[in-house]
Structures are given as C-alpha cells and as structure tokens.
Design a protein. Structure first.
Length: 397
C-alpha cells in the first residue's frame, strides 16, 4: 500500500511527488509516456518567479534563453510590454529535472503505464484506492490527479467537471533560418532582438494569439485557438517570410481555457495542474499554476499523512480558492482581451507603444477616447483587462 499514487509525471505530478517523498512517505508516480517530458507540448516560456517561488533554481541544463518579459503586439504593429524576468526553457529537460528530484527523494516512477481507472475501497485497511493500470493494480491511501488537460481522474473521483480546451500548435525553426528570413519590421522598427516573448493578438487569431519565442539556437512560433490552426500558422509564417516547410519540429496539444474545477479535493483524491483547469486566461500558460498547485497539494498531503488525518487534505481546496491562480477578477476579465476589436487593440497600442501596460495615463486615454467615441463602450473592458493583467503579469507564466 503506497501512501500516495500520483497519476501523471508532468511538472505537476513530479512536483507533488517530490514534496511528499521528501517527507519520507511512499509515493508511486505513473505515466503512460515512454519518457518524461517527451513529446514536448509547450511554447516553453516560464517566469523566473514561477521557478523560484516553487523551490526550484534556474538551471543551465534547461534554461535556453533569458527574456525580459512579454510584448503584446497589436494589429497595427505597436506593442505593449509586460515586463518581468523569465526564460525560454527546454521543457523536456525541465520535466525530467523535477521527476529526478522526486525520484532522488524516494518516489517510484513507472513509465509506459496507463492508468485505466481508480476504485474507492473501505475495509479494515481504512479508506484507500485501487489504481488499475495497463500493467497491473496498485493500492494507495491518497491519489493525486496530475493527468493534464484530458484529465479523467477527476471524473473517476466523482467530480463533475468537463475541461473546456483550446488547441496549441507550434513549429520549431532554426534561429539562423529565422533571423535571415523573417520580416519582423513593425512601424518601421525591427523588433527581432532575442530578448522578448512576443504575443501577436488580432481578431484573425480568434480566442488565441500567435507567439514568437526566441530560444538561443531556435525559435518557437505557434498559435492557440479553437481550430483551423495549421492554416493560420502557415499563413502567418509565409507572411513573415518563413517557409513552414522549413520547420524542424511540430508540437501540439490541448490547453484548458480557464474553467476551474469545482472541487479540488474529494474523498482523498486531489486534482492539480492542467487536470484542474489551471491555466491563465490571458496567456494560457499553465506551468506556473501546475507547480504551485502541486506543491500545495504535496505539502498538505504530507501533513495529512503525518497526522493520520484525511481532513487536513481538504485544506488544499481552500488554498487553491484563495490563491491568485483562481482569482475571480483574473478568471472573468482575462478572457476579455479576446473580445477586443482590432480597432480597440490598436488604440491601446497607440497609447502605450513600447511602454509597460501599467503606465497607461488615464487622463491622456480619456482625452484621446473623446475623439474616438466609437471606442467609448470599450472603456470598462480596458480597465478590467488591466486589472487581470496586474495578476497575470506575476502569476500567468
Ligand atoms: C502548444 C502548447 C504551448 C504551451 N505553452 C506554454 C508556455 O509557453 N508556458 C506555460 O506556462 N504553459 C504552456 N502551455 C501549457 C503547459 O504545457 C501546461 O499547463 C503544463 O504542461 C501543465 O502541466 P501538468 O503537469 O498539469 O500536465 P501535463 O504536462 O500535461 O502532464 C500530464 C501527464 O499525465 C500523463 N497522463 C495523462 N493521462 C494518463 C493516464 N491515464 N495514465 C498515465 N499517465 C497519464 C501524460 O502522459 C503527461 O505526462 C502550453 C501548452 C501547449 C499545448
């Protein structure tokens, strides 16, 4: 009987396992993949705060490029900064790094093991779960669902939750090829400088955006949204002077679009990371939330095991509901960025071009808006988006 079975060895699963194993508890991690972190399904942008606030140290083995933050590029080519130190990481090595921390602390990792169901039992051993897998059954007193955006652990635990996903679709290009061929001139300025993570927001990328992330010897160029992504990304690449056929790799995957699970804990099952719908509604980034939620789940479960008190596990639900990752202002208002018309986005670009999003001068904006009465109905939306950005700039990547 394991103390905890963790389903999924992404950043969330490994982080939770690490925190529990380092307290001396018996942890089993199960993942259907052959290798942790492979294939990559990520743009690989991550803030320094996300790393350090979760007890990790930026490590040369998985840091590919330091960045100064994000640039939001609007359709007329103006841009707004969201400053903050961060990195382009190697997601495969990053995921394996956390899995190694868990294993070094004593967790057991079984790969190529698909979990096919969990069954709750109660007998003279107390409450425990039988975890059915493609390679036999296991027993554990607690289960952590870290099984990503297609999570079924939550359903098995009886939590009524459908994750609403969008798709992320990305090409990796050689940096030499990009730097030689890309037309990255906006408003007469060449913005290609290898230090910013760029987000191109425009109505032609509905419910999503195109990203251009520099990463030393390569670039990640991708798109997220509800569908038709290959055509849109190919068209974007061609428009920018890049031949999509020159890509070195394609990465794709589902991304929860900001519907948070109604119960993070039920009957000794805790749900973390993408499995709980925890991605940011503006950036759609989810590694930070995965690390945070999993670390909290791990700490709470360690205490529940030490005190032999399952009631303690329920604290995880309160911690998540009180956390910035589920802040109702951010969840509700963040999505509004996708409802701006190009004209409204261009207006913000004109006001702030090259400056940080929070340097908006309200009197100047008000005077300019009076000359553009068509945009007046957008004022409440602008203000709400800025409120959501205040939270997302720290917790959204
Ligand atoms: C194209 C794309 C680009 C993205 N870009 C970024 C970005 O730049 N920055 C950012 O912060 N976020 C980004 N994200 C989101 C980010 O990748 C996720 O938020 C993050 O991976 C969540 O981690 P997780 O551990 O919760 O889930 P995952 O990393 O998805 O891990 C889940 C694990 O569970 C395993 N699993 C699932 N079901 C089972 C089963 N039944 N049995 C056994 N194992 C199972 C899977 O094999 C997987 O290893 C991107 C996502 C996509 C798709």
């Amino acid at each position: 009987m394991y103390d905890v079975a963790v389903i999924g060895a992404g950043p969330a699963g490994s982080m939770a396992a690490w925190k529990i194993a380092e307290k001396g508890h018996q942890v089993l991690i199960l993942d259907r993949r052959k290798q942790v972190g492979h294939p990559i399904q990520c743009g690989e942008g991550l803030s320094r705060y996300a790393i350090e606030s979760n007890g990790l140290k930026p490590d040369a083995s998985w840091i590919k490029q330091e960045t100064k933050g994000a640039r939001i590029i609007v359709p007329n080519g103006k841009h707004v900064l969201v400053k903050g130190e961060g990195y382009s990481i190697d997601r495969g090595i990053f995921d394996r790094h956390i899995a190694k921390l868990a294993r070094d602390a004593g967790a057991e990792l079984r790969l190529e093991t698909r979990v096919t169901g969990i069954e709750k039992n109660e007998d003279n051993k107390g409450l425990y779960y039988v975890i059915r897998t493609s390679k036999g059954d296991h027993e554990a007193r607690y289960v952590i669902g870290a099984d990503g955006p297609h999570s079924i652990v939550a359903k098995w635990a009886g939590i009524a939750f459908e994750i609403e996903n969008v798709v992320g679709y990305q090409y990796k290009f050689d940096a030499g090829y990009v730097e030689e061929n890309i037309h990255y001139d906006f408003q007469g300025r060449n913005l290609l400088d290898g230090e910013w993570l760029d987000f191109h927001y425009a109505s032609r990328f509905p419910d999503g955006y195109v990203w251009v992330f520099p990463r030393g010897n390569e670039y990640n160029i991708g798109i997220c949204g509800p569908g038709g992504l290959k055509e849109r990304l190919d068209a974007y690449c061609r428009e920018m002077g890049l031949n999509p056929e020159k890509k070195m790799e394609i990465n794709a995957g589902q991304i929860p679009r900001g519907t948070i699970i109604p119960e993070f804990v039920r009957d000794n099952v805790l749900i973390v990371g993408d499995a709980a719908g925890l991605t940011n509604p503006i950036t759609k980034g989810g590694i930070h939330a995965a690390l945070f939620s999993a670390r909290q789940a791990g700490l709470v479960l360690s205490e529940a095991l030490e005190e032999n008190d399952p009631e303690i596990a329920k604290r995880y639900d309160h911690i998540m509901r009180d956390s910035p990752f589920t802040d109702p202002v951010m969840m509700k208002y963040g999505k509004l960025i996708y409802s701006l018309t190009d004209e409204a986005a261009n207006f913000i670009g004109d006001l702030l071009d090259g400056r940080n999003y929070n340097e908006l001068s309200c009197p100047v904006a008000a005077v300019k808006l009076l000359k553009r009465p068509k945009l007046l109905p957008f004022i409440p939306r602008f203000l709400r988006i800025i409120k959501a950005l205040n939270i997302s700039s720290k917790y959204g990547w």
